[in-house]
Design a protein around this ligand. Structure first.
Ligand code: TEU
Length: 570
């Protein structure tokens, strides 16, 4: 291993200049041949991510999906011990080594803080469910049943399938679970819970981690009266949107596929008290140097997402903007989405963008798997790395890993198992990293890996792409370098350009006092022409097409199908 010490950006706001990379630890690199990725495996790949030379990908920070002790009902998102590493991934000593090796390469590390709920095997819950008068009973949300039929306390549905209440026969009460019944929700009204989670945060900050990604931070607090959520169908009905036939059709469909009742989540998300929890967290982060946080906040209204920065920048440092995951393949769809978020963000609030993660179909496949998928992936990469805000790359995105189509027998995600074939679940985006054309794509020596490696690994892997100067990997690599060299990309303002731009192109300006860049993205399958009429002339710095004219200074921009270019105004 080459240890090429790279100096870390030590400023408190390093995360504004950083390129993040999300690793799903089960699927990155298996060092001990059990078919499951692990921490020593990840350590052996750090040079690939950033070895301090121009040859590696060059990322600055990693977000790790959970590797804490877990029975894996939701693959780590059900934590049974927040302060230990699951033995399948390694030990705390391995973690310390990972942190040290990462830091020595200038790579910072943030962890996944999953504290809306724990695993049902967490000792806190084991105690809580042991008796009604246990000291930890109130650490979770326990309620009596309703009426003669002992119905669940209210109509809330969980986020996966079915109702959000599970009956505990031993103590004769229901407990709340916003996801699986093996993931009971913590009671954030209880000061002891807040204190205990604060201790977890401090535990990792003391060890030297650089921050956290906060799982479903918008649902920590619940309505104190636990009122029924309004039904979406009834609401639609009131405004005359559905006739009786529609209602019957929908009701039958929902029954057939045991779909959850459609309801407005009025009382189990975005409660004002949640902001106080996040402020408490922020005070802890701020008592350590250079800590950051990024929230998984899901809301339809961008104002609501923006509120989680805090009125005084005193809650989350960054919030993902998931709307970007729902854009159609249309220049206007992306432009409107970004413009709206830029307009909504309060002054000083810093955006975070991602196009893929462990919960959604990989972006390269989301827009269709065909001959132009890779061109589209390049266009998306150029956009992701030139928008104003911190980009998060999902592992494998840099080599264009596709969503794997797995047969039902191979599925592991409870969501896919339950809904198949309607919804194949989230396994398709979680398959092992494709390192080379060897056994299991170079991921593992095991006879069988936890999820199969995607069948295309022989043609789609790191080794091939490292060797090909025109590969997607090398495009990402160059783009990340370029981003570091151009202050307008990290610090500059953002302004979309509409005048004289063809409908299927998305163009924007990034600008500081002394640097101005223009990014032009052609979303159409045909050539597009844009005339540049601004001051000065323009010089192309990078294009998604391999053989663009390096020194093109022409005022007419001819974009090839799906081509994107970054121009400097000189
Ligand atoms: O996800 C929250 C969430 O509600 C969705 O992304 C959900 O996983 C998806 O809609 C299901 O189809 C977070 C994590 O990212 C996810 O992996 C966990 O399963 C979930 O929380 C529970 O911790």
């Amino acid at each position: 291993m080459t240890l090429n010490n790279r100096k870390m950006d030590s400023a408190d706001d390093w995360w504004k200049r950083a390129v993040f990379y999300q690793i799903y630890p089960r699927s990155y690199m298996d060092s001990n041949g059990d078919g499951v990725g692990d921490l020593p495996g990840i350590i052996s790949c750090l040079d690939y991510l950033n070895d301090g030379t121009n040859q590696s990908l060059g990322i600055d920070a990693i977000w790790f999906s959970p590797f804490f002790t877990s029975p894996d009902c939701d693959f780590g998102y059900d934590v049974a011990d927040y302060c230990d590493i699951d033995p399948r991934y390694g030990t705390l000593a391995d973690f310390d080594r990972l942190l040290e090796e990462a830091h020595s390469r200038g790579i910072r590390i943030i962890l996944d803080l999953v504290v809306n709920h724990t695993s049902d095997l967490h000792p806190w819950f084991v105690e809580s469910r042991s008796s009604r008068d246990n000291a930890k009973r109130d650490w979770y949300i326990w309620k009596d049943g309703r009426g003669k039929g002992n119905r669940p306390p209210n109509n809330w549905r969980n986020n996966f399938f079915g109702r959000a209440w599970a009956w505990d026969g031993k103590t004769g009460q229901y407990y709340l679970h916003s996801f699986l019944k093996e993931q009971p929700d913590l009671n954030w009204d209880n000061p002891e819970v807040r204190e205990a989670v604060g201790d977890v945060i401090r535990f990792w900050l003391e060890r030297g981690v650089d921050g956290f990604r906060l799982d479903v931070a918008h649902i920590y607090c619940k309505d104190p009266q636990f009122r029924d959520n309004p039904s979406l169908l009834k609401g639609l009905n009131r405004v005359g949107g559905l006739d009786a036939g529609d209602r019957l059709f929908i009701a039958n469909l929902m029954k057939k596929f045991s779909l959850p009742e459609l309801q407005v989540r009025k009382y189990n998300q975005h409660l004002p008290e949640t902001h106080n929890v996040l402020k408490e967290f922020r005070r802890i982060y701020d008592s350590y140097p250079a800590v950051t946080s990024v929230g998984e906040i899901v809301a339809d209204d961008p104002q609501v997402i923006a509120s989680y920065y805090g009125s005084n920048q005193d809650e989350l440092h960054m919030n993902f903007y998931f709307e970007l995951l729902h854009c159609r393949w249309k220049a206007g769809s992306f432009r409107r989405c970004i413009d709206l978020w830029e307009k909504t963000l309060p002054a000083g609030a810093w955006p975070a963008y991602t196009l893929s993660n462990h919960d959604v179909v990989r972006a390269i496949s989301r827009y269709g798997n065909d001959a132009s998928s890779e061109e589209r992936a390049r266009l998306l990469a150029l956009m992701l790395l030139t928008l104003r805000g911190t980009p998060f790359i999902y592992y494998g995105e840099e080599i264009g890993m596709r969503e794997a189509k797995l047969p039902k027998v191979k599925l592991k995600d409870p969501v896919g198992i339950k809904w198949y074939p309607l919804h194949r679940g989230r396994d398709g985006c979680r398959t092992p990293m494709q390192w080379n054309g060897g056994k299991n794509g170079g991921f593992s020596e095991a006879p069988e890996t936890w999820l199969p490696v995607n069948l295309n690994f022989a043609n789609n892997n790191v080794a091939i792409q490292e060797a090909d100067p025109h590969s997607l990997f090398n495009f990402f690599r160059q783009l990340i370098r370029l981003r570091r060299q151009l202050p307008a990309l990290t610090e500059g303002s953002y302004q979309s350009i509409i005048e004289n731009i063809p409908e299927d192109c998305y163009c924007y300006r990034r600008k500081t006092g002394d640097q101005e860049l223009i990014i032009c993205l052609n979303f159409s399958a045909e050539q597009r022409r844009i005339g540049y009429t601004g001051p000065g002339s323009i010089k192309v710095l990078i294009s998604t097409s391999q053989d663009h004219p390096e020194t093109d200074m022409s005022p007419v921009i001819m974009l090839r199908p799906y081509e994107g270019r970054l121009y400097l105004i000189v």
